[in-house]
Design a protein around this ligand. Structure first.
Ligand SMILES: Cc1ncc(COP(=O)(O)O)c(C=O)c1O
Length: 387
């Protein structure tokens, strides 16, 4: 390797950090009970609203995405209550497992990994449970383990038409890259974390809620302490602060992220992610590599590739050793079968060309018929159409 510090991160989280965000995080420390911090927190909570599609402030927790999932569970459903969880991959499974650990009666709607949950499937499942008092329906917005974007608005519509349940969404690997509107999407609680499309290091979780979500949090009888959202709401409302010591530097970084999103324009951020998806998929297909997901289900933030003639882990290793490119492998039942290219947050169309050209060369080193330039060409053609 020529330059050891020149590395390329294409995992579906963590994602690359813009220099100006790193600079913001390196600012001198401030006390979290100071007016300076209150101004910072309020600024971030307010400016993140369009990204979460909420009218309420966006709440920040100092913990990883899984804590956001756990917060979503413990603040809405109590032991013995019923919940439906859409399980279309490893993170849907995690949501269900968290709820099961808290004694919630979980009804898993299992979807084949690599496919999205259709509104019809959810409708049939909920009809099959008629008479059961479902407190909440949980779904993963973007199933990172498969690269599938679930049709959240259509699922939310089914939930509200058929039940009185809350609709709770894990947006960890797509909030900051996809349009969302809590009201129109019928979402009561939406959670995410910092290290994905929001261009920050790991360490923060974010929570947004609807009016009904807020009422549910206030009324939930389940036990919780650090993740009790009522504490965060009270602390924010009374002091514009957090109940416990927050990761101040990461929140300073989040403020810079808000500026970057505003400079690019939120609509353009969304469009860029669609372009990154389309370029990646076109390029991969040009190399004859099969995609795991259908176009209609494809995630704008992560693309899963299922090579049929070469072992996916070998491709992953070669990209790392020959090009310093880090991509991700498969998880759980997809382990060893797929590789995943993350393209979210601080990622440009040109970055996609880099990973595709490295893929072209890698396939040749594995003895495949050379298709040099084929992936880059197809991706460039997609790019040109968008310009
Ligand atoms: C969709 C989804 N949910 C939850 C998580 C868990 O987040 P964390 O690893 O930050 O705890 C991840 C992490 O990749 C994810 O992609």
């Amino acid at each position: 390797m020529l330059f050891l510090d020149q590395t390329y991160l294409f995992t579906p989280g963590p994602t690359p950090i813009p220099n100006r965000v790193n600079a913001a995080m390196a600012r001198p420390m401030i006390g979290h009970r100071s007016p300076d911090f209150s101004a910072l927190l309020e600024d971030v909570a307010t400016r993140l609203k369009p990204v979460f599609g909420t009218k309420h402030p966006v709440y920040t927790l100092t913990s990883s995405g899984t804590s956001a999932l756990e917060a979503a569970v413990v603040n809405t459903v109590a032991e013995g209550e019923h919940a439906v969880v859409v399980v279309a991959g490893s993170f849907g499974d995690r949501l269900a497992t968290i709820a099961e650990n808290y004694g919630v009666a979980v009804h898993r709607l299992n979807i084949e990994w690599g496919k999205s949950c259709s509104p019809e499937e959810l409708e049939d499942f909920l009809k099959g449970l008629s008479g059961t008092p479902i407190k909440a329906v949980f779904a993963t917005f973007n199933e990172t383990s498969t690269g599938v974007l679930n049709p959240v608005r259509a699922l939310g519509e089914v939930v509200k038409r058929l039940t009185d349940a809350l609709f709770i969404v894990d947006g960890v690997s797509c909030v900051g890259a996809v349009p969302v509107d809590l009201e129109k999407d019928h979402i009561d609680l939406l959670v995410t974390s910092s290290q994905k499309a929001l261009m920050l290091p790991p360490g923060l979780a974010f929570v947004a809620f609807s009016d009904e979500g807020l009422r549910a949090i206030e009324g939930c009888k389940g036990k919780r302490f650090y993740l009790d959202l009522n504490r965060y709401i009270k602390s924010y409302e009374t002091q514009k602060s957090t109940p416990f010591t927050p990761a101040v530097s990461l929140i300073a970084g989040a403020q810079e992220v808000c500026t970057m999103i505003e400079e690019e324009g939120w609509d353009n951020v969304i469009k860029r992610h669609t372009l990154l998806r389309d370029m990646t998929r076109a390029g991969v297909q040009a190399l004859g590599l099969p995609l795991l997901t259908a176009d209609a289900d494809a995630s704008p933030t992560v693309t899963s590739v299922k090579p049929d003639t070469l072992p996916a882990p070998d491709i992953q290793k070669a990209l790392k050793s020959d090009f310093s490119i880090t991509i991700a492998g498969g998880q759980k039942k997809l382990k060893g079968k797929i590789f995943r290219i993350g393209h979210m947050g601080y990622c440009t169309p040109f970055d996609v060309l880099k990973v595709l050209s490295a893929l072209e060369l890698t396939l040749v080193t594995f003895g495949q018929e050379p298709k040099l330039g084929a992936a880059v060409k197809k991706a460039e053609e997609v790019w040109i159409k968008h310009v």
